[in-house]
Design a protein around this ligand. Structure first.
Ligand code: SF4
Ligand code: SF4
Length: 358
């Protein structure tokens, strides 16, 4: 049964304090023993879209990056290009945006690279024992790294119900074609009874898939990629994915891509889940959101399934209700975790080891 280390803490203690704790928690995993000197180590992060604060502050991560440098390793921060429009949609604007947010070596302790090329085209094909897929594409920088540290700001998610380690691995390190393969099943629909016909969703859709019919929005599923951008901007929350079949298939494909990312890295990957400032939506939604509940702490494991299960369990235990009770009308995240375990990505059962903050 995998260990999940839990360090109760609050972001209110200050970014430098959180940074010390992150480096200490990471040390408990002893994953560095499996990395050779000068091994490239990808630190998967989320910079966040313009319009909301960075979900993971560079100061939280800099001591970890410096620790890896001090041990002769070559860490680099990384993320992929987003499907939706915005600063993260290509390497040029993403690198500029990441630098503006402090992801530069002097501040964050390591360089920042975009993992899948200039516009999401750089990919590496990997065989997986999936139910839906026999091969998956992963971002080249993730494939070229000898080890991974996946740093996930946990949140709800409009397409999967929960964003943690599995989503960071399987969707966050997927190149553009793989993301499209995952999202094609989502087939979002507009609730015409809610729709005010404002047209905002039409303006943000990069695939020209939305039109107005009799003053209400309508999505053409022949054109729609399922990218989710329209869902994030409808102020009436009138756009939702196909919850019955689309979201479960999306989640299962994400889990199969996650398996592809770590297929060649047994014992060489680490996962830190941050239950600090947990929000309803992930960092790709470009508007500031309040935290759903007070900070809980940080979790660490070498098992991505265990660390996600532990995050969901702790939310229920500490706040008195499950994440679904906080986020409202979002998909059930059960398919991603159940499928991830089924295909061998990790284990849902775990041993929780709580660490004192001092
Ligand atoms: S953003 Fe929402 S309310 Fe506005 S047209 Fe689209 S679905 Fe309708
Ligand atoms: S209609 Fe489809 S392609 Fe357009 S923004 Fe919405 S999910 Fe993305």
């Amino acid at each position: 049964m995998p260990d999940v280390f839990f360090l109760p803490t609050s972001g209110r203690d200050g970014p430098y304090r959180v940074g010390e704790l992150v480096a200490r928690l990471f040390g408990r995993l002893r994953v560095e023993e499996h990395w050779d000197r000068r091994a490239r180590i990808a630190l998967k992060v989320q910079v966040g879209e313009r319009g909301r604060p960075a979900p993971l502050a560079p100061a939280w991560l800099a001591p970890l990056a410096r620790r890896l440098h001090d041990r002769g390793l070559l860490p680099f921060y990384t993320d992929t290009c987003s499907l939706y429009r915005g600063e993260l949609s290509n390497a040029v604007t993403q690198l500029r945006h990441a630098a503006e947010r402090g992801f530069v070596p002097a501040n964050a302790g390591a360089v920042y690279l975009v993992a899948d090329g200039v516009a999401g085209e750089a990919q590496h094909n990997v065989a997986v024992p999936g139910r839906h897929l026999a091969r998956v594409d992963v971002a080249t920088a993730a494939a070229a790294a000898a080890g991974l540290v996946v740093l996930s700001h946990c949140s709800g998610h409009l397409q999967s119900g929960f964003a943690g380690a599995i989503m960071s691995l399987g969707h966050g390190l997927a190149p553009r074609a793989a993301k499209l393969l995952q999202t094609e099943a989502l087939k979002p629909k507009i609730d015409t009874a809610l729709c005010a016909g404002c047209g905002v969703c039409m303006e943000v859709c990069s695939f020209a898939a939305i039109g107005l019919v009799e003053g209400r929005g309508a999505i053409d599923h022949e054109l729609c990629s399922g990218c989710g951008q329209c869902m994030t901007v409808c102020y009436l929350e009138g756009i939702r994915p196909d919850m019955a079949a689309g979201s479960p298939l999306f989640q299962e494909r994400v889990a199969e891509h996650a398996l592809g990312v770590v297929a060649d890295k047994p014992n060489r990957s680490a996962y830190l889940n941050f239950l600090l400032g947990v929000t309803r939506n992930d960092a790709g939604v470009g508007q500031t959101e309040p935290a759903l509940f007070p900070d809980i702490g940080i979790l660490a494991s070498t098992d991505p399934v265990a660390v996600d299960q532990a995050a969901l369990d702790l939310i229920t235990e500490v706040t008195g209700r499950p994440l679904a009770g906080w986020v409202g009308d979002q998909p059930d995240p059960e398919p991603q975790i159940a499928h991830a375990e089924r295909i061998g990505l990790g284990w849902r059962q775990y041993e929780l080891r709580t660490i004192a903050e001092t």
